[in-house]
Design a protein around this ligand. Sequence first.
Ligand SMILES: Cc1cc2nc3c(=O)[nH]c(=O)nc-3n(C[C@H](O)[C@H](O)[C@H](O)COP(=O)(O)OP(=O)(O)OC[C@H]3O[C@@H](n4cnc5c(N)ncnc54)[C@H](O)[C@@H]3O)c2cc1C
Length: 466
Amino acid sequence: MTAHPLVERLMTLLGPDHVLTDPGVMQGYTLDWTRRWSGVALAVVRPADTAQVAAVVLACSASGVPIVAQGGNTGLVGGSVPAVVPGAGGPPVILSTRRLTRLDPVDDVSGQVTVGAGVTLGDLHRYVAHQGWEYGVDLAARDSATIGGTVATNAGGIRVIAHGMTRSQVTGIEAVLPDGSVVEHLAGLAKDNTGYDLAGLLTGSEGTLGVITAVRLRLHRPHAPSSVALIGVDTWDDALHLLHAAVRHGVPLLAAEVTDETGMELAMRCASLPWPLETRHPLVLLLEIADGGEGGGFVPQVLDGRDVVVGLDAGERARLWAYRELQSEAFSSYATEVAGGAAHKLDVSVPLPKLAEAATVIRERMAGYPGVKAFGVFGHLGDGNIHVEIVGPAPDDEEVDRRVLEAVGAFGGSVSAEHGIGRAKVGALHLSRSLAEMSAMRAIKQALDPRGIMNPGVLLADRVAP
Ligand SMILES: Cc1cc2nc3c(=O)[nH]c(=O)nc-3n(C[C@H](O)[C@H](O)[C@H](O)COP(=O)(O)OP(=O)(O)OC[C@H]3O[C@@H](n4cnc5c(N)ncnc54)[C@H](O)[C@@H]3O)c2cc1C
């Protein structure tokens, strides 16, 4: 059978080993982590460097074939796999960045490093740790999620309370734009007011404006050894009260996470873990503090009279973190087990003073929704960011998502705190962004990608087929 002319061209550019067309082999790239989103690709290409990425983009652009940039494929909103968009130029080429693994020497004076988009978060952590540095973004998918993917989604994670989101770490970027041009601004200057901030624009752009090939990142000196406490709490207000007490008393917080009882039970079931506290509680708060690892940083106002367990060494800390880190996986495996499908995963944020009320309203909206077999909430309490997991409704049931997202919009929250809009929330963007903002975003997209070849159906699409 004759190959598609673009596929032949891509094979010439990259060599046949790095252009995949076998549907079985491509499945790991066309089905997303949640198993809720999938798509059809013309081919998967694996360029080795920026020049090859530019060549692929030019070839696709010349053929009018769309491109989906993909890193670790751990995104949770369907943005990393092809969407079906009528009139968008046929099945896209998936451009895997996993071979872009450049790791430059750490600049000890500025505390920065330049890395390829395909380096995983875990590999970056290990690389800089050997040289006495730490990278400020961390999340449970660290061993698969790539730097390019975390920048493209402006990932949050478990250290936002200490270091901010990914955008705060990015000091420079290299990317291939839809016309094949390479923008490279990697000096990482502390002061640089020379016009539009392309690094800031591409951060959080979800593959819709170009392919990020390398990033310059800010590093931190490692924090003091830490202590972790799991604390049983009965209400969201009580959890927030404890968090405020910790902040008020100057506790050096590294993380403040919360998991509800359903999530705790599913994590226990998923990894055969025991309940970690004396008694059951509706919520379990995890606080990690940089106190030298002696637990002495937990002031009495936070722990006294509480059902609590504290971990001081690396093994204990990991044991206590496991309940929280297993959440997404635990809901997904329960969904496969009882519903034969995928869990609905909604990542939202609301202003902290409204968090307790919002959590109650969302729970009420889910109560009695047809087919819900499990419902749970966990997340980054310190950031007002909760992840809502719903097991039971069919993967294409958008009404259940809408009920949650509309409640969030009514509380002045964000329909996407850290995972992005992807395909999953295209129809909900207006709940968090004004018409004027959306029209400014469309103008940027139109200017950089007039033919709409970069990740069609994601973020700004007017219409996406399921
Ligand atoms: C268990 C688990 C826990 C998670 N925890 C968190 C969390 O705490 N916080 C959080 O924010 N996220 C979390 N995530 C979501 C996910 O890990 C992040 O969104 C991550 O940033 C995605 O990285 P990736 O390399 O897998 O990107 P992919 O999934 O491959 O892609 C994600 C998006 O980025 C685009 N993209 C990828 N690479 C590039 C590139 N080089 N150039 C341009 N666009 C690109 C894709 O087109 C897509 O739109 C979690 C996921 C899992 C599975």
